[in-house]
Every structure is written in structure tokens, then in C-alpha cells.
Design a binder for this molecule. Structure first.
Ligand code: HEM
Length: 136
């Protein structure tokens, strides 16, 4: 599987869980999990999907093991962070170090992505897009 396909699949799973959490909050009229919901949707759905688009446009990077590691590290960090943030907002203070560790995991995954974006290599050059010529 490519890094982009993995990103898109994991992003969809995250938003399904995030929407379920949102519906649960709305139905129960208890918004205590709002920060966890927001993190899961924005890190898990929006950011992962954006990674997928970036990787899909760069075929050499898309098939690299390092890009797969970036997607897995981001996703595992996001899931743990979501659980920890949710638990903290429910009053379980013991989750504080877990929130800290998972936030470092997500930061590390973003630094790896930054390396892909900034490194001067042909693998980060986007594939040419098909150009459409208007019919006359
Ligand atoms: C079925 C879909 C969804 C439902 C039912 C839902 C429900 C909710 C609810 C009840 C809140 C708490 C609002 C408050 O306490 O002020 C909330 C907050 C939030 N939601 Fe969702 N949500 C959904 C989807 C999404 C998606 C797809 C995203 C992001 C892409 C998202 C991002 C956010 C954010 C960022 C907040 C925090 C807003 C703030 O700080 O005031 N939600 N959502």
C-alpha cells in the first residue's frame, strides 16, 4: 500500500469516530469531550487527508518506507493524544504524561513531514498534472 492510500483510509476512520463522538456530545448535551473531538477531527481527518494529497502528488515519496512511518507515527500519536485529552477533560489527571508523550509523537511526525517538504531532492517534486485544453 502507498502512504497516500494509508493516509486516506486512516483519515476516514478518524472522521467516522470523530463524528460519532460529536453526535454523542450533541445527543447527551455533555460537551466535555469537545477538545478530544476537535483534535481527532483536525489531526486525524483534516491533517491526515492533507498528507495523503501531498504524498499522492509525489510518487517516489508515496512508495517510500519513511512516508509510511510518518503516517503511522502521526496516526498512533493522534489516537493516544485524543484518548489522553478526553480523559483529562473527564478529570483523570493521571493521563497528563500520556498527553505529553503523545504530543511529542505527533510533533516528531510533523518534523519528519517537514523534512520531506524542505529536503532538496527530486522525490519531493510534484508529478506533472494533466492539462486540459478547452474544446473550440
Ligand atoms: C457528525 C458530525 C459532527 C458533530 C455532530 C459535531 C459536534 C460537535 C459538538 C457538539 C461540539 C461542541 C461545541 C461546543 O461545545 O461549543 C463540536 C466542537 C467542535 N467540532 Fe465538531 N462535530 C462534528 C464534526 C466535526 C468535524 C468533521 C470537524 C473538523 C473537521 C469538527 C471540528 C470541531 C471543532 C474544531 C470543535 C471545537 C469548536 C470550538 O472550539 O468552539 N467537528 N462539534
Amino acid at each position: 500500500m502507498t502512504a497516500s492510500a494509508l493516509s486516506f483510509r486512516l483519515a476516514v476512520l478518524c472522521v467516522i469516530a470523530g463524528m460519532g463522538m460529536g453526535i454523542g456530545m450533541a445527543a447527551s448535551q455533555n460537551h466535555a469531550l469537545m477538545p478530544a473531538h476537535a483534535h481527532l477531527n483536525l489531526l486525524g481527518w483534516v491533517s491526515l487527508f492533507l498528507f495523503g494529497i501531498y504524498y499522492e502528488r509525489r510518487p517516489a515519496l508515496d512508495t517510500s518506507r519513511l512516508a509510511m512511518i510518518q503516517v503511522y507515527l502521526w496516526t498512533i500519536g493522534t489516537v493516544i493524544l485524543t484518548i489522553a485529552v478526553g480523559a483529562l477533560h473527564l478529570g483523570y489527571d493521571a493521563f497528563d504524561p500520556i498527553a505529553g508523550i503523545s504530543s511529542i509523537m505527533v510533533l516528531a511526525a510533523m518534523l519528519l513531514f517537514a523534512y520531506f517538504v524542505f529536503r532538496p531532492a527530486h522525490s519531493v517534486t510534484p508529478a506533472p498534472t494533466a492539462r486540459m485544453t478547452p474544446a473550440e
